[in-house]
Design a protein around this ligand. Structure first.
Ligand SMILES: Nc1ncnc2c1ncn2[C@@H]1O[C@H](COP(=O)(O)OP(=O)(O)OP(=O)(O)O)[C@@H](O)[C@H]1O
Length: 298
C-alpha cells in the first residue's frame, strides 16, 4: 500500500537548511540550533530559558535539571530522549506549568499546554464523548457546540461511533486515542506527551505513531500561526523519537542537561523499519549509550 507523503508542517522543518546535527556548542543561548533561529519568524510556541530544578531530599537538595534552554517552534515536533531518571518528566511538568522551576523561566503561547501520559487518565464513569466534552466545557465551549465538536475530534482520531462507549469497553489503543482527542479539545498550541504509547503492544503503538503524525499534520493544515500545534514528546525509545520528531533532543543525566540535538530531515510519514530511521537511530543510540556510561561512572 502506498503511503501518503506529508509536507512538513512549516517553520522549522520547511525552512531549515543547515546541517542536520547540532552540538551544544552550536546552539544559541536559547538552546535553538542556528538554522531554527532563522525559521523563528514568530516567537517560539514553548520556551524554557535557563531552567533548573532541584528537589529537597533529607541528605541535601538534588539538582535534577541544570540550566536547560529549549525552544520549540510553532508547529514543530520535538522528541525528548534520555535515560531513565534524567529528568524528562520533570521538564515536562515545568513546561506544563504544573511545577515551578527553581531558576529560569518557562513560557508558552496560547492556553496552558495540554498533557498526555502513558495512563489515559480518562474518567471511567463518563463515556468517551463525555470525557472530551468535559475538556470542552472547561475551555468554555457553549453547551450546544460540545457534542458536535466532541464527535469531530473522535472522527479526527478515527473513533467515529465511540461517543457513547465507556472506558472499559475500549482497548488500550482506543483509550489513548480518546485521551489524544481530549487533549486536542483543550485547543492548546502545545501538546506535551509523556511516553503516551509505552504501555501499548508493538503493533498498536506503530499504528498510533502513524495516527499521531497524521493528526498533527492535519491540525497544522493550513499552516496558520493561530492553529499551529507543537508537540514535545518524551520517550526512552530512540526509534520512536526518530520516527516522530523533526528534532530529537538528548538529555544527559545527573543533572539533566541538553547533551545534543539532531534535526531529522526525513519525509513523513516514516516507518520504524525504514533504513534511514534505523541509521539515524543507530547514531543517536551511540550517543545515548555514552551518556548512560558517563552517568554510571559519575
Ligand atoms: N516531586 C519530586 N520530589 C523529589 N524528587 C523528585 C520529584 N520528581 C522527580 N524527582 C526526582 O527527579 C529525578 C528525575 O525524575 P523524572 O521522573 O523527571 O525522570 P525521567 O527521565 O522522566 O525518568 P523515567 O524515564 O524513568 O520516567 C529522579 O531522581 C526523581 O527521583
Amino acid at each position: 500500500m502506498s503511503r501518503p507523503v506529508y509536507d512538513s508542517p512549516r517553520t522549522a522543518e520547511s525552512t531549515a537548511t543547515a546541517e542536520s546535527t547540532t552540538t551544544p556548542e552550536s546552539t544559541t543561548t536559547a538552546g535553538v540550533p542556528p538554522d531554527l533561529v532563522r525559521a523563528f519568524a514568530v516567537p517560539p510556541a514553548l520556551e524554557l530559558r535557563g531552567v533548573s530544578k532541584s528537589f529537597g531530599h533529607p541528605g541535601g537538595d538534588q539538582l535534577v535539571l541544570d540550566d536547560i534552554s529549549l525552544a520549540v517552534a510553532p508547529g514543530e515536533f520535538v522528541c525528548l530522549l534520555g535515560a531513565s531518571g534524567c529528568g524528562k518528566s520533570t521538564l515536562l511538568a515545568l513546561a506544563a506549568g504544573i511545577d515551578e522551576p527553581s531558576a529560569g523561566a518557562v513560557s508558552a503561547v496560547g492556553p496552558r499546554p495540554a498533557l498526555m501520559f502513558q495512563e489515559h487518565a480518562l474518567f471511567p464513569w463518563l463515556t468517551a464523548g463525555k470525557n472530551i466534552e468535559l475538556a470542552l466545557r472547561l475551555r468554555g465551549v457553549p453547551r450546544r457546540e460540545r457534542r458536535p465538536e466532541a464527535e469531530r475530534l473522535l472522527g479526527l482520531v478515527r473513533l467515529s461511533g465511540a461517543y457513547g462507549k465507556r472506558v472499559h469497553e475500549l482497548s488500550g489503543g482506543m483509550r489513548q486515542r480518546v485521551a489524544l482527542a481530549r487533549a486536542l479539545a483543550q485547543a492548546s498550541q502545545v501538546l506535551l506527551m509523556d511516553e503516551p504509547f509505552a504501555a501499548l503492544d508493538a503493533i498498536t503503538r506503530d499504528l498510533l505513531h502513524e495516527e499521531l503524525i497524521r493528526v498533527w499534520h492535519e491540525w497544522n493544515q493550513p499552516a496558520t500561526d493561530a492553529r499551529s500545534l507543537s508537540v514535545l514528546f518524551v520517550t526512552h525509545n530512540v526509534r520512536e523519537a526518530v520516527r516522530l520528531g523533526g528534532r530529537v533532543v538528548l538529555l544527559a543525566s545527573r543533572p539533566g542537561r541538553i547533551a545534543r540535538q539532531w534535526r531529522i530531515d526525513l519525509t513523513y510519514p516514516r516507518r520504524l523499519e525504514d533504513e534511514a530511521v534505523a541509521e539515524k537511530a543507530k547514531e543517536i543510540t551511540e550517543e545515548l549509550r555514552k551518556e548512560i556510561s558517563r552517568h554510571a561512572r559519575s
